[in-house]
Design a protein around this ligand. Structure first.
Ligand SMILES: Nc1nc2c(ncn2[C@@H]2O[C@H](COP(=O)(O)OP(=O)(O)O)[C@@H](O)[C@H]2O)c(=O)[nH]1
Ligand SMILES: [Mg+2]
Ligand SMILES: [Zn+2]
Length: 259
């Protein structure tokens, strides 16, 4: 078996040789596989973000959510560093609460929200995803005091965290479950998502999809579109719809190039 075929989180059948060694015979069928970050059998993606250091680009958050939805994974948002003054920017996350996502406010520095985050992680295999420097490793240190993930500092000038988590590691939690720390990343490709499936990756669109005039409505410029009506009435947040359109265009373009 080629080494690159094995991912963190894989469940392996192996033959023990000696006390701490074994030979992997095969990898069990995977429940899920993410390539970026590279980790298998994940059930939940927790998107760790901060509001100011670094600031939160909503299109990036939406991209991660779409990726999680398209893989049928649970998704939650953890806003870290709430000890820092964030002005009113937390309000911009209300649209995600309304869409049905857990939004957990936390501070790895003060310990605020950590027990709530802990409960969200118990008995599940989760991955922490998000930009570099948002505090993923720091939160994991809080969650599991005896492991020390290397944390980095943010360069004052660029407000960008240094990459210190070089690889994915799967950390067991005392309450059952695992959490994977990942290196920060700021770009995510929307691969393996079909343009016709994209609307289902926005949970707050779901109640409207049956009401579009055309079955094949993609909510772009079709007449009688219930999704667009909901955007006009702001029951669907305009920023979410704008990002839907932008992702739709990207995916459509990819599909055209493949033909
Ligand atoms: N003020 C504040 N700083 C934090 C908090 N959590 C992490 N940091 C800092 O943010 C920087 C990046 O943290 P790190 O855990 O390495 O982020 P990662 O790249 O997402 O793993 C470090 O300097 C941490 O000390 C927090 O809750 N509040
Ligand atoms: Mg880290
Ligand atoms: Zn529509």
């Amino acid at each position: 078996m080629a080494e690159q075929d094995i991912y963190v989180g894989d469940s392996a059948v192996f033959t023990a040789i000696g006390e701490n060694e074994g030979v992997i015979e095969r990898i069990q069928a995977r429940r899920s596989l993410l390539v970026r970050p590279p980790v298998a059998n994940i059930e939940q993606v927790v998107i760790v973000c901060s509001l100011r250091e670094p600031p939160l680009p909503l299109h990036f958050l939406d991209r991660l959510l779409v990726l999680a939805e398209s893989r049928r994974l649970l998704a939650a948002i953890c806003v870290n560093k709430i000890d820092l003054p964030g002005e009113n920017s937390l309000q911009q996350l209300d649209i995600y609460k309304k869409a049905g996502y857990s939004v957990i406010e936390a501070s790895a520095r003060t310990g605020h929200g950590i027990s709530y985050l802990y409960r969200q992680l118990c008995n599940k295999i989760s991955v922490f995803a998000g930009q570099s420097g948002t505090g993923k490793s720091s939160l994991i240190n809080c969650l599991q005091k005896d492991v020390k993930q290397k944390t980095g500092s943010i360069s004052a000038k660029r407000k960008v965290g240094r990459h210190t988590t070089r690889q994915v590691s799967l950390i067991p939690l005392a309450c059952g479950g695992y959490v994977a720390d990942t290196p920060g990343f700021s770009r995510i490709a929307l691969t393996d998502i079909e343009s016709s499936e994209l609307d289902r990756c926005f949970p707050e669109f779901l109640p409207y999809l049956q009401n579009c005039r055309f079955n094949s409505c993609r909510h772009v410029d079709e007449p009688g579109c219930a999704v667009k009506d909901a955007v006009r009435q702001e029951t669907i947040a305009p920023t979410r719809y704008i990002n839907y359109l932008s992702f739709y265009k990207t995916i459509k373009e990819q599909e055209r190039r493949k033909k």
